[in-house]
Design a protein around this ligand. Structure first.
Ligand code: IPE
Ligand code: IPE
Ligand code: MG
Length: 250
């Protein structure tokens, strides 16, 4: 079920309708720690604990696809200490959560450019993807070194190479083909995007895929965002009227 056909998604308002794919911009770890006089990495560690809880709570809220933004292509601008600290947190998360995810039926994937990541982390990412590849209860995707523009640039380079080689004609470049060439080719488009910490921007997250997503900007800092608040946000989604360019359904 790729993003190819918007007409597939034009269901009218139906209270209680579920957000099957929820994407989260997990923001506010640094401020959470700084507010307490602690190093930013303490906030990131607390943030990772929250991710575990949200992953375990998601299936019971009807969420089948959960995608979280963990590290953007712009986050390399931070101090070496913070960047290395985050990379260690990602590696430890995979190592420590692997058994639990496998036991709970969680399929883990990653999006973003892996090339600049350290080989140990890349190996862990590849092995957890392989290990959980047959699981279906929750599709959990983590965006690491991900940027919407970077993803589209990489996809366009691949398409351009195929056109140059005569494998594709320009007229073959449809919305569906572009979706297939993105890192998210296996994922449906998000229904709902949540950003914590009060910032009202998307910071280069899933630019193509969120054309018709609903947004929720929440003031809570990510380390304070728990399953109860997720449940409230998801229930609000059911009352939204998604028109996809059509007319209101009353
Ligand atoms: C989000 O929290 C996590 C990452 C971007 C890695 P931040 O680290 O951006 O926290 P704030 O926005 O500085 O509070
Ligand atoms: C977005 O948060 C990226 C992630 C949550 C990983 P940032 O904190 O990096 O975004 P800006 O800098 O406030 O736009
Ligand atoms: Mg931030």
């Amino acid at each position: 079920m790729a993003s190819s056909s918007l007409t597939d998604q034009t269901s009218p308002r139906s209270p209680g309708r579920l957000a099957e794919h929820v994407a989260i911009i997990m923001d506010g770890n640094g401020r959470w720690a700084t507010d307490r006089g602690w190093p930013r990495l303490v906030g990131h560690r607390k943030g990772a604990e929250r991710v575990k809880q949200i992953v375990m709570a998601a299936p019971d809220l009807g969420i089948r696809w959960l995608t979280v933004y963990a590290f953007s292509t712009e986050n390399w601008k931070r101090s070496t200490e913070e960047v290395l600290g985050l990379m260690n947190i990602f590696a430890r998360y995979i190592e420590r959560e692997a058994d639990r995810m496998a036991a709970e039926g969680v399929r883990m994937r990653f999006i973003g450019d892996r090339e600049p990541l350290n080989p140990k982390l890349r190996n862990l990412m590849n092995s957890i993807e392989e290990r959980t590849a047959n699981l279906t209860r929750l599709n959990f995707t983590v965006a690491i070194n991900y940027g919407g523009r970077d993803e589209m640039r990489r996809a366009m380079q691949g398409i351009a190479a195929d056109v140059a080689a005569g494998i594709l004609a320009p007229a073959d470049i449809t919305d569906a083909l572009i979706s297939q060439r993105l890192d998210t080719s296996a994922l449906p488009d998000p229904d709902l995007v949540i950003r914590t910490s009060g910032e009202t921007r998307i910071s280069n997250f899933l630019l193509w895929q969120t054309a018709y997503a609903e947004y929720e900007f929440i003031k809570t800092l990510w380390p304070d965002f728990g399953p109860d608040e997720l449940a409230k946000v998801v229930s609000r989604f059911g009352n939204r009227d998604r028109r996809f360019g059509g007319v209101a359904t009353g």
